[in-house]
Design a protein around this ligand. Structure first.
Ligand code: TXA
Ligand code: MG
Length: 342
């Protein structure tokens, strides 16, 4: 275990961002995958403290989902302006059943894709003892069983649901390494459990069931796989219709530099983020071979690096990305990153 102090990150474009706490006395423990460290992380969570932990999608900022005070601290640490409903992470399907009611279609998706990058929004069992802040007072709850073995070990050690949004300050790029988490939240949370780089690199796909299965947020599990499993198309994603889905804030997942999408020929004042083989001259390439899975895994990390590379006033231009498979979720995140800032 290592203790790190808050630090100021200076961006090469002259933007000085106080990346961490207003409370310089606070320390954040950096924990490894050692069993004693994982037990420590579980202990901290059970005691009501905040612990960032890895999943296959992105790092989550975890709190005991049955403890309202602990969950409230998530919003404080992230600087989130609204109490959006959060995803409750559980070790297995059995624990999920104790928290929510599964109909046939939910049952089918959970059996096919859990553990994995899929979140299901289901009717909450009131007796499950979930803190109302987790659901923002709704009578449904978002549930997910992460696939990463370290996340599974942690959730088993906690023995109950862990509420977790992505472990980044509100509105900034989601973290796919422990270093990304440390950059944004050091001094604001009790600990960071380091499980290496996330393999999927995009948040989970979210499915709701009100009036039939519907896509609430594209993500790490391709829509095509879900539709094939259900044997029917999902209802369309209705922008703005989901209760405060932060994925629906116009600007989200944003780097500091301005962005432009679907760019095959970048302007002089732009640095180019490529995709596929036809991007000679790109500063970085999400996947030179055009592999959408590789591009998803690289997306958030590369946006951070492009931000560092951008000179003052320079824009990030992104090459066209096909909107099928994981390309749908990649374009969803990029569109938000490029949206006008609040
Ligand atoms: O991969 C992921 O999903 C990551 C990792 C940490 O698991 N988590 C994540 O959480 O992305 P967050 O808080 O950034 O996104 C949660 C999403 C939001 O869009 C929220 O509005 C939606 O889930 N949500 C949660 N509960 C809901 C509910 N009852 N009804 C509709 N949407 C809900
Ligand atoms: Mg997020």
């Amino acid at each position: 275990m290592v203790l790190v102090e808050r630090h100021i990150r200076t961006f090469p474009n002259g933007n000085k961002k106080n990346a961490t706490s207003q409370n310089p006395g606070k320390m954040t423990e950096l924990l490894t995958s050692d069993p004693t460290d994982v037990q420590r992380a579980a202990e901290l969570l059970r005691s009501g403290a905040l612990v960032a932990f890895p999943t296959e999608t992105v790092y989550g900022l975890g709190a005991d989902a049955t403890n309202d005070r602990a969950v409230a601290q998530i919003f404080a640490a992230k600087g989130r302006p609204h109490f959006n409903p959060l995803i409750a992470h559980v070790a297995d399907f059995e624990m999920a059943r104790r928290i929510a009611v599964f109909d046939d279609q939910a049952e089918r998706l959970a059996s096919a894709f859990w553990p994995g990058p899929l979140t299901l929004v289901l009717p909450l069992r009131p007796e499950a003892g979930i803190a109302p802040l987790v659901t923002a007072g709704l009578d449904t709850i978002a549930l997910r069983v992460p696939d990463l073995p370290l996340a599974h070990t942690l959730l088993e050690a906690v023995g109950g649901p862990v509420a977790a949004p992505s472990a980044n300050p509100s509105g900034r790029i989601s973290p796919t390494t422990a270093a990304h988490v440390a950059e944004g939240l050091t001094g604001k949370i009790a600990a960071i459990l380091d499980g290496g780089a996330c393999t999927v690199g995009l948040e989970s796909t979210i499915i709701g069931f009100e009036g039939g299965p519907a896509l609430l947020r594209p993500g790490g599990l391709p829509v095509e796989a879900i539709e094939a499993c259900l044997g029917a198309p999902l209802k369309a994603h209705e922008m703005g219709s989901t209760p405060n889905a932060p994925g629906q804030l116009s600007s989200h997942y944003a780097p500091y530099a301005a962005m432009r999408l679907n760019v095959s020929e970048p302007d002089e004042d732009e640095i180019w983020l490529g995709f596929g083989p036809d991007c000679a001259g790109a500063a970085m390439n999400l996947s030179p071979s055009g592999d959408l899975v590789e591009a998803a895994a690289n997306l958030f990390g590369y946006l951070r690096k492009m931000d560092d590379l951008a000179a003052p006033g320079q824009r990030i231009a992104v090459a066209p990305i096909p909107e099928h498979g994981l390309g749908l979720a990649i374009m969803d995140r990029l569109t938000r990153a490029a949206a006008p800032r609040p």
